[in-house]
Ligand binder design. Sequence first.
Ligand SMILES: [Zn+2]
Length: 355
Amino acid sequence: MSLLNQSAQSKMTSSGRLDFQWDAPPAPGEVIVVAPGILWARLPLPFRLNHVNVWLLEDDDGWTVIDTGCATPEILDIWEKLLAGPMGGRPVVRVIATHGHVDHIGLSGWMVDRFGSQFIGTFAEWMWARVSHTHDMPGSSAAHRDYLVNNGLEPSDAEELVSNRRGFIDLSTPLPGVISEIRDGDVVRLARRDWRVIVTGGHAFEHASFHDAESGILIAGDHLLPKISPVIAVYEMMPAADPLGDYLASFGKFDDVADDTLVLPSHDMPYRGIRERIRQLERHHIERLDAVVAYLKDPCSALDLSRKMFPKVEGLANLGFALGETLAHVNYLVRIGTVVDVSDSPNSALFQATI
Ligand SMILES: [Zn+2]
């Protein structure tokens, strides 16, 4: 989701050798021209991470909007200002979601309905969002409850977290019913440029970034944020997944992105210095993996481990996010054989390091 882990945030405020071209983001309802035909707008989010950047690309037939924010009255109001103001009343002909998290895809359906736009995205993210942003999807709540209890939560706390999901679901208008699928390596033409689609796992199942080597621009979504580590978390529908393995393996897909490329992230400010940023993110996760191994000298539930990994986290909802992030590191170590589940019960996991 868009909530980013506190501990990572406090550890990663140093921006190293990254270069930031702009000092301030666009005001609500206004835009900054980042390159000819590419406008940057910012929408306020009702989370601790309080904003998302969206990109407006202009062509002869109208606009392409990359990410739409979520369904709040404030964001709808800002879209009206953007559409009537900087976008000149011209239609939105294409809506693209970098991935299926609600702060990115939440208003896609609303915008597609309004303009009859084409909806473009990766199949897994669209499908994931359609499943996750639907109330009472059969099986979902039971799977979520089991996952939380197996990892150490009291049943009453698990129940509260399961019902909290409804808040997220309500932040999305019904998802578009039809998708134009993009896949890794595809080329899409937007704002008179050819963009190579880079699909990566880790933060989401099939997150799409868009690279134009000629102009030196990468629209990076949540995959390579400048200041905070994107959430890399296990979710209840795939409890044995290894999203951290996917994330670390994804960096090679950016090898041919030049270091002076302007990176347009969904949160914080555009930056240059992608090589340094990838090094920082790699180092961060390797340090976290080392910490997990040290904490798991004695058997420990994922919940107790989350409290050690994220000592400043308060509140049940944030603990739920911490649990998902902790399990991402645990599952990576389980996959490489450095951690094993030593519990003798199928309904509770207890992890221990083997070294
Ligand atoms: Zn996201």
